[in-house]
Design a protein around this ligand. Structure first.
Ligand SMILES: Cc1cc2nc3c(=O)[nH]c(=O)nc-3n(C[C@H](O)[C@H](O)[C@H](O)COP(=O)(O)O)c2cc1C
Length: 250
């Protein structure tokens, strides 16, 4: 596994991420890729999994054509390992417990933002299923980054023109955006829109991801005062999020 020079400074936090992920990995069962992929992509399929139900609702919200649309021009798009890694065990390190419910960290933050500002939730999901094992995910993501990959997405927004403001949420992966975020930003031209980043991390905060988003969407207004929080503080982030949003004028 080769690493780019610019990530050298992030080896310590990334190593912590390995440790945290590895702890969780011991408890994980081997992934059932077929089942998970079906859950991730079937928007109308009934599922007993709370997370899958929430995802389906989110996807429906972002893709429907109901009358709310004309009044509601906020999209909250996020990527989280929990909805892409083939892990369905609540004991997994990919999940945080928020208000007694197990969910992906970025999903939890996205929902906290939605509780304050409304808008549609959209879960960025990939066709491929990422490794469920924390250590394997770390290595896999490093290789994907080295290749500058653009993993194919399995979820899509019907009509991006209906949104003016896009909250964009992602974990810090190897001091950069996860590669599916590059796929997302390739797919949609966000010119003229306001992009508000939010992220969670294990010590590296945003790294340079906000500048990267601005480079990839040069005609969008990218808010540099994004919301960033350590992974361990995600369950208690609601008040900080409310204060941050107030500061932004919401
Ligand atoms: C592949 C991978 C790489 C990561 N790299 C970093 C990193 O470079 N710096 C950091 O602070 N955290 C890093 N982390 C930790 C994640 O940013 C953190 O756990 C985040 O809260 C995950 O959000 P999620 O569970 O919603 O996907 C990494 C995690 C993974 C899985």
């Amino acid at each position: 596994m080769g690493f780019k020079k610019k990530y050298t400074a992030f080896i310590i936090p990334a190593a912590l991420a390995v440790m945290v992920s590895a702890c969780g990995a011991e408890k994980e069962e081997s992934p059932d890729e077929e089942t998970t992929q079906t859950e991730a992509s079937a928007q109308n399929q009934e599922s007993e999994e709370t997370t899958a139900q929430t995802t389906e609702t989110a996807l429906t919200d972002a893709n429907n054509d109901e009358e709310e649309k004309s009044e509601n021009r906020i999209l909250i798009a996020y990527f989280t390992a929990a909805e892409n890694s083939g892990v369905d065990a609540e004991a997994s390190a990919s999940y945080s417990e928020v208000d007694g419910e197990a969910k992906g960290r970025m999903q939890a933050l996205a929902e906290m933002i939605q509780a304050e500002v409304g808008g549609d939730l959209f879960s960025i999901q990939t066709e491929e299923v990422y490794p469920a094992d924390g250590g394997e995910l770390i290595d896999y993501a490093a290789e994907e980054q080295e290749e500058d990959a653009r993993p194919a997405l399995s979820t899509h927004i019907d009509d991006i023109s209906q949104y003016d403001t896009i909250f964009l949420g992602y974990p810090n992966w190897w001091a950069d955006l996860p590669q599916p975020l590059y796929s997302f930003l390739d797919e949609y031209d966000l010119s003229g829109k306001t992009i508000i980043p939010f992220n969670s991390h294990n010590g590296s905060r945003f790294s340079n991801t906000i500048s990267t988003i601005q480079e990839l969407e040069p005609n969008a207004e990218v808010i540099t005062d994004g919301f960033t929080i350590n992974e361990r503080d995600v369950p208690d982030a609601a008040e900080d999020i409310a204060n941050w949003l107030e500061g932004l004028g919401f």
